[in-house]
Design a protein around this ligand. Structure first.
Ligand SMILES: NC(=O)c1ccc[n+]([C@@H]2O[C@H](COP(=O)([O-])OP(=O)(O)OC[C@H]3O[C@@H](n4cnc5c(N)ncnc54)[C@H](OP(=O)(O)O)[C@@H]3O)[C@@H](O)[C@H]2O)c1
Length: 241
């Protein structure tokens, strides 16, 4: 089975939640980590915990320039770039009638353009080496329209379409493309920070842990090279969707 040993993985949204849990797990599996988020302090804390095979890259995914610089710095530091986990994202729910269009704009810029920008930043390297893995963090909300979060659901539907089109553009170039689509994950996105609360609700089957998603990411990234997991949908046991 392929391993991640010595591979360099760029993760966006690595300062908390799914990105942070994935960084920890992939580092424990021998990968070098280039960790992207806006908050330098929280990123540094993750790097401190992981050690010298992790690099903090303070970067806003809505900025094409910042992402290109981040990809370049990662390659300079580790000598290679093998995998992108485009995970950074924002969440919004509520009725459209009461919505704030400028908050919608920020969400669209982050959840859609941020993914496009991230892919654009790594593609020259992946194409030059005719190898690479692109994994995009979608959501169950990208597979079905969820009425209490229509703007978020629209953003995740957009990146599902992007994932499928991109995969077919790159399948002859040695580059795999897939998306992971979790249901409810008990973490900072919902304002849940308390580990005992996460454990209590996870034990009831009400939510996934960020670490559950990290395990699924590891599974997707360690399939044999003839296998692409195009979509992996995972739900907490009792989520009725
Ligand atoms: N939690 C769930 O229930 C759930 C379910 C399905 C899918 N997801 C998806 O999972 C992904 C990760 O979310 P999470 O659950 O781990 O929530 P989270 O803990 O809130 O993490 C979001 C991450 O994205 C980063 N981020 C936000 N805007 C950014 C920007 N403009 N540039 C760079 N980084 C940015 C945040 O860091 P900074 O604030 O430091 O920039 C943070 O590290 C998202 O795409 C989300 O839609 C979450």
């Amino acid at each position: 089975m392929p391993t991640l040993s010595g591979k360099t993985i760029l993760i966006t949204g690595a300062s908390s939640g799914i990105g942070k849990a994935t960084a920890r797990l992939l580092a424990a599996n021998g990968a070098n980590l280039a960790l992207v988020a806006r908050s330098a302090e929280r990123l540094q804390a993750v790097v401190k915990e992981i050690g010298s095979n992790a690099l903090a890259l303070t970067c806003d995914v809505t900025s094409v320039d910042q992402l290109q610089k981040s990809a370049k710095t990662a390659i300079e530091r580790f000598g290679r770039l093998d995998i992108l986990f485009a995970n950074a994202g924002l969440y919004l729910s509520g009725d459209v009638a009461d919505g704030n269009p400028s908050a919608w704009g920020e969400l669209i810029d982050t959840n859609i353009k941020g993914v496009l920008n991230s892919v654009h930043a790594v593609l020259p390297e992946f194409l030059a080496q005719t190898a690479g893995d692109i994994l995009i963090c979608s959501s169950i909300s990208g597979h079905q329209a969820i009425h209490w979060e229509p703007v978020y659901s629209a953003s995740k539907h957009a990146i599902q379409a992007f994932t499928h089109g991109l995969r077919r553009q790159l399948l002859e170039k040695g580059i795999r493309v897939g998306a992971i689509a979790p249901g409810m994950v008990l973490n900072e996105l919902w304002g849940i920070y308390d580990q005992s609360e996460i454990d209590r609700r996870a034990d009831l089957g009400e939510g996934l842990r960020s670490e559950d998603v990290a395990e699924a990411v590891l599974f997707m990234l360690t399939r044999p090279s003839n296998v692409t997991v195009r979509d992996l949908v995972m739900l907490p046991r009792t989520q009725d969707l």
